[in-house]
Design a protein around this ligand. Structure first.
Ligand code: BGC
Length: 420
């Protein structure tokens, strides 16, 4: 009797396991992403939880490496070997390049049902659609790169009051900080981070039109100009303010230097804010957020978008659930509050966000209105990856002293010409 019960139970259990197994297989998303720093992982958890509430199991595929350089390498090999992930975090031109390969799923039905056309900022839509105008990506945030983050205590100690307006004032402040015995600039020497600082310096030095001509349009004369030489000179100047161990340092470790009061400022996109918040620091009280000095009025943006690969009809429902969750206003508020970014929808009220994010949202809307909203080159919205990487190489080689500023200008012109 007991034996029979056991075997019947075992049979039932196997049946149940099979049933659960197949249901789970249908409702699983494998998500390739590079959100591995503390603030990033906390934001990702908001998404995981939301999906789990909808019965979708999250299979995590993290590939560490800021700005997704390594993640994109892994993605290429996965797709090439016929094993594409269900969903992938992606930036700008990477999205449209994959769309051109015909391997990503069409989300247009969902987009029209949920009215994405009317709520997603137009600057993003260019990258969320393929050449036929079909929606192929769901944008989860809008980040921007021309920010400066500072330790408030150090600023108070050396007597910095209010925003630093321009380059000259920045240099005065950095000198004072150095004299006070701190590392002025927390710096991570990785090509994408060099490029993140470089693009802010391009904007600060040449102004908005110069930025656009140089790093969105790649106009040869602009790239080869005296102003560009001045940009490289300024990068050399910044090198005076970094510590000797900057090389190869991850961006979040540089942020930690500011959080811990070892260094005064970091020039980084607003994902850095996620780290300050996680360390329980308050904007305005414990840390300062302001635009990179001299770039107020312009915004260099990037946006993380989720792209679904064509991996079979059995995954379709889970993919649509993920896309729909990502686009819901409630989710965008919850996620972006933690991530440091702002919503990728124009219909979300700023009330629930902190002062720094509210500033960011206002500046984004104004920059959009005044045509001073530009794609970040360092984060995939300025140029396709070949050109982007060509710029990275030159900027990094120059920062590390392999080129003089004059040589760097010429190398930039040549590298861009051969990559285009
Ligand atoms: C992404 C952010 C990410 C940052 C650092 C950027 O390209 O848009 O979401 O936090 O890289 O990894």
């Amino acid at each position: 009797m007991y034996k029979k019960f056991v075997s019947t139970f075992a049979g039932l259990a196997t049946g149940a396991a099979l049933f659960v197994g197949s249901a789970a297989a249908q409702e699983t998303v494998e998500v390739l992403h590079w959100w591995t720093a503390g603030g990033e992982a906390a934001a990702l958890n908001v998404l995981k939880k939301q999906l789990e509430e909808e019965g979708v199991t999250w299979e995590d595929m993290p590939v560490a490496g800021g700005s997704g350089v390594q993640a994109m390498t892994v993605l290429r090999s996965r797709v090439t070997s016929g094993n594409a992930p269900t969903a992938v975090q992606m930036l700008g031109y990477d999205i449209t390049e994959w769309a051109d390969q015909g391997v990503v799923a069409d989300l247009s039905d969902l987009a029209s049902k949920e009215n994405w056309d009317n709520v997603v900022p137009t600057a993003l839509q260019k990258f969320s659609k393929n050449s036929e105008g079909q929606w192929i990506a769901a944008p989860v945030d809008v980040h921007s790169t021309n920010w400066m983050w500072a330790n408030k205590k150090i600023f108070d100690e050396v007597g910095v009051e209010g925003d630093i307006k321009d380059w000259d004032q920045l240099i005065e402040v950095l000198d004072k900080i150095k004299e006070a015995g701190y590392t002025p600039v927390a710096y991570g020497g990785q090509p994408w981070q060099d490029a993140t600082v470089f693009e802010a310096v391009v904007l600060a030095t040449g102004g908005p039109d110069f930025y656009k001509k140089a790093l969105n349009d790649f106009d040869e004369e602009t790239l080869g100009s005296d102003t560009m030489k001045q940009v490289f000179d300024r990068m050399t100047k910044l090198h005076d303010y970094v510590d000797p161990n900057f090389s190869g340092r991850d961006w979040n470790l540089a942020t930690a230097m500011v959080i811990n009061g070892k260094a005064a400022v970091q020039f980084m996109g607003d994902w850095a804010k996620g780290e300050f918040l996680r360390a329980d620091m308050k904007p305005g009280e414990d840390f300062v957020c302001q635009r990179f000095p001299g770039t107020e009025g312009s915004v260099l943006f990037n946006s993380d978008q989720f792209v679904m690969f064509k991996v079979g009809e059995d995954k379709r429902d889970a993919q649509l659930k993920l896309a729909s969750a990502v686009m819901s206003p409630e989710f965008q508020i919850a996620f972006n509050k933690v991530k440091g970014s702002v919503p990728a929808r124009t219909d979300v009220a700023p009330d629930e966000f902190d002062a720094c994010a509210q500033k960011g949202m206002k500046q984004l809307a104004e920059a959009n209105e005044n045509n001073h909203l530009y794609g970040s080159l360092a984060h995939g919205y300025g140029a396709p990856s070949a050109v982007k990487n060509a710029v990275f190489d030159v900027v990094t080689a120059h920062f590390n002293g392999e080129y003089t500023s004059e040589e760097a200008v010429q190398a930039l012109v040549d590298a861009v010409a051969s990559a285009r």
